[in-house]
Write a protein that binds this ligand. Structure first.
Ligand code: F6R
Length: 369
């Protein structure tokens, strides 16, 4: 049933173009109208939203962090992102004009469900992004957008994550549309770019052999650091989480700009540092700043693994290993840049002799608080 792959995780990584395509299917209508699956809210109620919380756990939390960049940019509604286990314990300010977006692959995660119930008790509007039809979280939400990633067997989430990120883009675009779009041209263009993502994920997958080889060569590392900036920051967090949970190696993800405020002290001779580089077209020259960070860590002995867009030549002198992803708008890049990090974690874990699909101490669905 693993379809010729050694692990379900590898099979599910390979299924990502389909997971993304299926999640988009029928939703980017040619008439320009974007739709959610179930909406027990009126357009007026959605127009009245003036604040959004995205609440989820683990990998789904990282999808939420990416959602913030896209939803704020397209809708100009402030978005806060929080892990579900913290959310309801700090008495968040919620009312009828607040939308709480919960993201859950399983739809049964207790922390997320409790956060959702708390939001409802406080009269907030709720929207679920979920991969399992009819599970508890979507049943209890006012609106639902299903990710169509198909069943995910491996404990570590991969294809569901990519589908969640894409679903978050759709939620942002739906809200932008309902509220009257400020950037109509930009949104129309982004829809075209989103349509290209499945093929671009396939392109990235076609380049994974050197990444697997690199993974095998990193099997003895005792710490691996991940750096990113803007939407690359949640990608760095996700790369580090995958490595921790599968390979049992200490890993941390940092916002690249924070490096000089502490983490750079961790860099030693040979420390592997994975850097998710923003597009050279991103705002405010964050690209150049990240290139400087690569230079800085390398000068201190780091072994650099650089994930960068095709055509970005600035990174070449500082990359011990270079993985290329197709050019895409900055906000969409996580759908591509996450893939090599998944493959890397899977390969390192396998090289260390671990059960990639069933990591120790972890369960697929966490139904206790
Ligand atoms: C990591 C992983 C977990 C889940 C988290 C939330 O690979 O799988 O971090 O993402 O337990 O689960 P869901 O999305 O089912 O609520």
């Amino acid at each position: 049933e693993k379809g010729g792959y050694d692990w379900f995780m590898l099979k599910e990584i390979a299924e990502q173009p389909q997971a993304v395509a299926d999640t988009l299917l029928g939703r980017l209508g040619d008439d320009g109208r974007l739709l959610l699956d179930e909406v027990r809210l009126s357009d007026q109620e959605l127009r009245d939203i003036d604040k959004i919380f995205v609440v989820s756990c683990g990998t789904s939390f990282h999808a939420g962090l990416i959602a913030k960049y896209a939803i704020e940019h397209w809708t100009r509604i402030p978005v806060e992102v929080e892990v579900a286990s913290e959310f309801r314990y700090r008495d968040p300010v919620l009312d009828r004009s607040t939308l709480v977006v919960v993201i859950s692959q399983s739809g049964e995660t207790m922390d997320t469900l409790m956060a959702l119930r708390h939001a409802r008790d406080q009269k907030a509007r709720t929207l679920a992004i979920c991969n399992v039809n009819g599970s508890t979280i979507p049943r209890e939400s006012d609106a639902v957008l299903y990710t169509h990633a198909g069943p995910e067997i491996a404990v570590a989430s991969t294809k569901a994550f990519l589908a969640q990120v894409v679903a978050c883009y759709l939620v942002g675009l739906v809200l932008a549309q309902i509220r009257g779009i400020k950037y109509a041209d930009e949104v129309a263009a982004i829809v075209e770019d989103i349509r290209r993502l499945p093929d671009e994920v396939s392109v990235v997958l076609g380049r994974m052999e050197p990444v697997r080889e690199l993974g095998r060569s990193l099997a003895d590392a005792d710490t691996i650091l991940f750096l990113g900036r803007h939407v690359g920051y949640p990608v760095a967090l996700e790369g580090a989480l995958k490595l921790k949970e599968l390979a049992y190696i200490h890993a941390e993800g940092f916002a690249a700009g924070e490096l000089k405020h502490g983490p750079i002290a961790l860099i030693d001779q040979g420390t592997p540092v994975v850097v998710v580089v923003p597009s050279p077209r991103s705002r405010e020259s964050v690209h150049d700043k990240v290139v400087s960070n690569i230079q800085e860590v390398r000068a201190r002995g780091a072994r650099t693994v650089v994930i960068a867009e095709e055509g970005d030549e600035d990174v070449v002198p500082y990359a011990d290993h270079l993985v290329r992803v197709p050019r895409t708008p900055t906000l969409l890049a996580p759908v591509l840049t996450t893939v090599p990090l998944q493959v890397l974690a899977c390969e390192i874990a396998a090289a260390r002799g671990h059960d990639v699909d069933q990591p120790r101490n972890l369960a697929k669905s966490v139904t206790v608080e």
